[in-house]
Design a protein around this ligand. Structure first.
Ligand code: IPE
Ligand code: IPE
Ligand code: MG
Length: 230
């Protein structure tokens, strides 16, 4: 990569536009999801090769259960297949895998794979891959509050609060990318993005490649972050 580039330590991506990618080609939406997996592989490789320490990917939201059952079931099976096919290689490369998930709603066959991937990669340190699979920003905050209440903690500060979030102990994203042109957060990270740089691109997720990722980082590098200061 060229000069004057600042590699963000932590990047989060809302991977949106699979359905539209398929519809544009008169294909069923599920074909877009299949193609989306290839873009995931590229994004992970790009992050790994360029020294991005933490990559968080929004794969399924707590609201995505509202979709037709056959699409939801297809996605659950796709997560299973993808973990089975791809994750051993990622783990061998030294990637720590963490799922950010509301677990009670997920099928057992997904939970088993979540547990196995996390266990097998827990001592890895080269890169962190956080997969938000059945994640909601509001769920995250509320589950944190419930843990705090259960512990009987009476008072807490911002730093301590963040220790109860599903993302703990990982750093807040420096850059959040959303594909497909939608300019919203759709209940992804809420607490964690207070000073994250936001980047939106029209590219549909299956078309998002290394060049698009590099462009996002170039734009990020030109931003002046102030964190409330001057
Ligand atoms: C993102 O693509 C993938 C998931 C939400 C699982 P979409 O399926 O939302 O694609 P569009 O937004 O309908 O094009
Ligand atoms: C956000 O995309 C969720 C994921 C990318 C997993 P959606 O497609 O669900 O978001 P909305 O419905 O357009 O806001
Ligand atoms: Mg969408």
């Amino acid at each position: 990569m060229e000069k004057n580039i600042i590699i963000p330590e932590s990047v989060a991506i809302i991977m949106d536009g699979n359905g539209r990618w398929a519809s544009l080609r008169n294909l069923p939406r599920i074909q877009g999801h299949r193609e989306g997996v290839k873009a995931v592989r590229k994004a992970v490789e790009f992050s790994y090769n360029n020294g991005i320490k933490t990559l968080s990917l929004f794969a399924f939201s707590t609201e995505n259960w509202r979709r037709p059952n056959d699409e939801v079931m297809f996605l659950m099976n796709l997560f299973k297949e993808t973990i089975d096919r791809e994750f051993d290689e990622l783990i061998e490369k030294g990637i720590k895998i963490k799922f950010l998930s509301r677990r009670d709603e997920l099928p057992d066959f997904v939970i088993q794979r979540i547990d196995r991937s996390e266990e097998k990669s827990k001592n890895n340190e080269k890169m962190n891959l956080l997969i938000a699979l059945n994640y909601g920003g509001r769920y995250d905050i509320v589950q944190a509050v419930n843990k705090i209440v259960e512990k009987g903690v009476e008072k807490i500060d911002e730093e301590e609060f963040s220790e109860y979030l599903l993302t703990y102990p990982f750093k807040d994203p420096d850059l959040l990318i959303r594909t497909s042109g939608e300019m919203r957060i759709s209940n992804f990270f809420l607490y964690q993005i207070s000073y994250t740089e936001l980047y939106f691109t029209e590219k549909l997720w299956p078309d998002f490649d290394e060049n698009d990722f590099e462009e996002a980082i170039k734009v990020y590098s030109r931003r002046k972050r102030k964190f409330g200061s001057i």
